[in-house]
Design a protein around this ligand. Structure first.
Ligand SMILES: Cc1cc2nc3c(=O)[nH]c(=O)nc-3n(C[C@H](O)[C@H](O)[C@H](O)COP(=O)(O)O)c2cc1C
Length: 441
């Protein structure tokens, strides 16, 4: 039932969330969505010298831990040291000289100090890796990614069946390291055009074997095998598994769209996934604004301007009796978040960029001292907002003051610097970009 009265009462957001399969309980309905931190070690020449969590990364999570989120999802942790979404990604790879177990333990300890559930997001970029990092990427098929913002991508090699099995093992191994490091669970990144999404989408999956074709169960097979293998490797029913999915790719005519993602979410529920995070867009997305401009089923004008995917979550809700839903993208005000939960569209609200600008925002919203995230004076265009969040993340990690982008002087200095650096800034941050261009700017 839809309510028409919008209120800034945050009480509904402070409710506990119990996850159906692991039995884990989040202390509230607010989730810090994954943001690539780029604060791990990186050597351009020697892949063995990459991906180790640094003290800056740990400081970042100490800060976010005090921010009061029910659930914290880390930025994408790569499962292969030579396939990175960006320089400075954290990595868990069996081939590294050390599995960095102690460092991930320190990270989990830091992030859990105030009782948040902490999930490590596991990912493999597939074809979406810059040519300078990987000139021979692997993917579902050999469909090359177009160059974007001056960043070039190489034509990928399709994974053999043996290669697919190795990828499944890599995800399971990384999950077992995180389990040993005392993370509460993992989130598999199957959104934004990365490898698992490359298998799911007909645009990038042209395989004719049991991992491809028109059949969704075939394209979802790698994801479901990873989940089964994680269960086997971790052997702990209380270990949470979440999946981040695109409800829309906004690429036409062949991206993820329509009803298929709902069928996929149902398969994930069947596999015991506790939480599906709903997102959208890929590097290639172009027409996103048009798509939601015509979306009239969202609960209120205010929410429609603010959050991009709530209508998709609403379509999904009746199909998932057990698995919890998180919807992420664009939420800024207590009223929009509380409306969306009260209307039954979602169980959990995800936020990313606002928590880079204000790491304590959730606590302040829940105790009623803030009803909305900070505004900014950045020029129109998501690229500036994404880069601004990345810069703020580095500042928190380094223990510096966080730049206030509501200050015009800070903005002009930042924009001038960024304009020189744009091509090198390509990363997950851009993948999130198209989805974020839905925000009504
Ligand atoms: C700096 C930055 C890094 C991001 N890195 C990731 C990531 O590693 N994994 C992921 O699934 N999404 C990533 N995202 C996307 C966010 O999780 C989120 O889906 C998106 O920012 C929309 O939410 P928001 O409007 O609350 O920022 C990133 C976004 C930003 C701004």
């Amino acid at each position: 039932m839809m309510t028409n009265v919008s209120t800034t009462d945050p009480a509904v957001l402070g409710q506990l969330v119990t996850f159906p399969f692991s039995g884990k309980v989040a202390k509230n309905r607010l989730l810090k969505s994954a943001m690539s931190e780029r604060l791990a070690t990186f050597s351009p020449c020697d892949p063995k010298e990459r991906g180790q969590p640094t003290e800056e990364l740990i400081r970042l999570y100490e800060t976010w831990a005090t921010g009061g989120m029910g659930i914290i999802i880390t930025g994408n942790i790569q499962v292969k040291k030579d396939h990175l979404e960006a320089t400075g990604n954290a990595i868990i790879d069996r081939d590294l000289p050390s599995d960095y177990l102690e460092d991930y333990r320190a990270l989990a300890r830091a992030a859990k100090t105030r009782g948040s559930l902490v999930l490590g997001q596991l990912s493999h970029p597939g074809r979406q890796v810059s040519l300078t990092i990987q000139p021979n990427p692997e993917s579902a098929s050999d469909i090359e990614h177009p160059s974007i913002a001056g960043v070039l991508f190489a034509r990928p090699t399709p994974l053999t069946k043996e290669g697919v099995r190795a990828i499944v093992q890599r995800f399971a191994y990384a999950a077992s390291v995180l389990h040993e490091a005392r993370f509460d669970g993992v989130q598999l990144h199957a959104a934004h055009g990365y490898l698992l999404h490359q298998f799911l989408s007909l645009r990038t999956n042209r395989r004719t074997d049991e991992y491809g074709g028109a059949s969704l169960p075939n394209r979802a097979r790698i994801l479901l095998e990873i989940i089964a293998e994680i269960r086997r490797a971790v052997n702990d029913p209380t270990f949470m598994i979440s999946v981040k999915l695109n409800c829309q790719d906004f690429v036409y005519p062949d991206g993820v769209s329509g009803q298929e993602w709902i069928a996929l979410a149902q398969m994930l529920e069947g596999a015991g996934v506790d939480l599906v995070e709903v997102s959208g867009g890929t590097y290639e997305s172009t027409q996103s604004d048009v798509q939601l401009e015509h979306d009239h089923t969202i609960p209120s004008r205010r929410s429609s301007q603010e959050a991009y995917f709530i209508n998709f979550a609403n379509h999904l809700r009746p199909h998932l009796p057990y698995t919890k839903i998180c919807v992420t993208g664009g939420f800024r005000s207590v009223s929009a978040m509380a409306d969306t939960v009260r209307n039954g569209f979602t169980d959990v609200i995800g936020m990313a960029r606002p928590l880079a600008a204000e790491p304590f925002l959730v606590t302040e919203m829940l105790n009623g001292t803030k009803s909305c995230a900070k505004e900014d004076k950045l020029p129109p265009g998501q690229i500036f907002r994404i880069a601004a969040a990345a810069a703020q993340i580095a500042e928190i990690g380094n223990g510096y003051d966080i730049t206030d982008f509501d200050n015009a002087f800070n903005v002009s200095r930042f924009v001038a610097r960024l304009q020189k650096e744009i091509p090198t800034a390509m990363s997950e941050t851009f993948a999130a970009g198209p989805s974020m261009s839905l925000g009504g700017e």
